[in-house]
Write a protein that binds this ligand. Structure first.
Ligand code: NAI
Length: 332
């Protein structure tokens, strides 16, 4: 067995972490033979809850889990990290303006970015989940100048999995018979779930999603809005936001960073735009189709984009530009 790696989960007393920590600790993310030190960060008032999570992790008696470190201190949490999963953020409270929410989150992700810069390994892989995930990720990256921008990504894998599943259910095949769906842009209701390049395996034969679904109206209408609004639908039904599915998506995302994407398949994640791919402005964390090899992602470039897609890709980029510009006013 190799030496343990140090993995941080923030928001560790919250509901996503409650599913996620078990997935990680039992080896679903970093491998079944990779020992782990799990670091759990939350805010001071949540320390008693965190202590409960700590006890439960001990009680799982998991062979890979070498140490669990619950803390409310950034200098403890970010030290020597190999991977950081930033789930904790400021939730929107009733009557709170979008701008105020952004301001509160800039403060958190600026501080955590600076802590990554100061304490973590330079090779650390950082996944931002806490909303607004794309912009929080950008702020963390900008606040950690000594860590390569490419080490930062944000979660759109839940949207990706939702899109994949919607198509699979419609066609009547298992979810893994559907691949290469794309989530473009922001993890918000302006995201664009796109299946123009998706493939579906039907009776042993791989065909395009449009051919498999045989309902262009649905793919251009209800399919897109269902995926865009799915988070809100879960909140309405559960009175709590997606947690089990979010934890599964985080595990998928980080496992693909660690071990690479399956051969001949791409996934969606929010990564830094350099302005060269698909005409998306630079200096945004934008969700693209990517392949990952040797812990390095590459945007799958050169896919044909029709006018329908173009408009939707630009609209979500516009929202991200506005979000970034507002956030940057608060960063100083
Ligand atoms: P939750 O409210 O159950 O837990 C959040 C935890 O974060 C709380 O324990 C809170 O005390 C903690 N926290 C707040 N500020 C912190 C800080 N500065 N440092 C460390 N911990 C801090 O929320 P839940 O359901 O676990 O969701 C967490 C976040 O993930 C939310 O922002 C949610 O919107 C987002 N989310 C993102 C998804 C995506 O696809 N990108 C999907 C689902 C949720």
């Amino acid at each position: 067995m190799s030496d343990p790696i140090r993995v941080l989960v923030t928001g560790a007393a919250g509901q996503i972490a409650y599913s996620l920590l078990y997935n990680i600790a039992k080896g679903d993310v970093f491998g079944k033979d990779q020992p782990l030190v799990l670091v759990l960060l939350d805010i001071t008032p949540m320390l008693p809850v965190l202590d409960g999570v700590f006890m439960e992790l001990q009680d799982c008696a998991l062979p890979l889990l070498r140490e669990v470190i619950p803390t409310d201190k950034e200098e403890v949490a970010f030290k020597d990290l190999d991977a950081a999963i930033l789930v904790g953020s400021m939730p929107r409270k009733e009557g709170m303006e979008r701008k105020d929410l952004l301001k509160a989150n800039v403060k958190i992700f600026k501080s955590q970015g600076a802590a990554l810069d100061k304490y973590a390994k330079k090779t650390v892989k950082v996944l931002v989940v806490g909303n607004p995930a794309n912009t929080n990720c950008l702020i963390a990256s900008k606040s950690a100048p000594s860590i390569p921008k490419e080490n930062f990504s944000c979660l759109t894998r839940l949207d990706h999995n939702r899109a994949r599943s919607q198509v699979a259910i419609r066609v009547g095949v298992p979810a893994d018979n559907v691949k290469d769906v794309i989530i473009w842009g922001n993890h918000s209701s302006t995201q664009y779930p796109d299946v123009h390049h998706a493939k579906v395996k039907v009776q042993g034969k791989e065909i395009g999603a449009y051919e498999a679904v045989k309902d262009d109206g649905w793919l251009k209408g209800d399919f897109i809005s269902t995926v865009q609004q799915r988070g809100a639908a879960v909140i309405k039904a559960r009175k709590l936001s997606s947690a089990m599915s979010a934890a599964k998506a985080i595990s998928d995302h980080m496992r693909d960073i660690w071990f690479g994407t399956p051969e001949g398949e791409f996934i969606s994640m929010g990564v830094i735009s350099d302005g060269n791919a698909y005409g998306i402005p630079s200096d945004l964390i934008y969700s693209f189709p990517v392949v990952i090899k040797n812990k390095t992602w590459n945007i799958v470039d050169g896919l044909a984009i029709n006018d329908f897609s173009r408009g939707k890709m630009d609209a979500t980029a516009k929202e991200l530009v506005e979000e970034r510009d507002t956030a940057l006013e608060f960063i100083a």
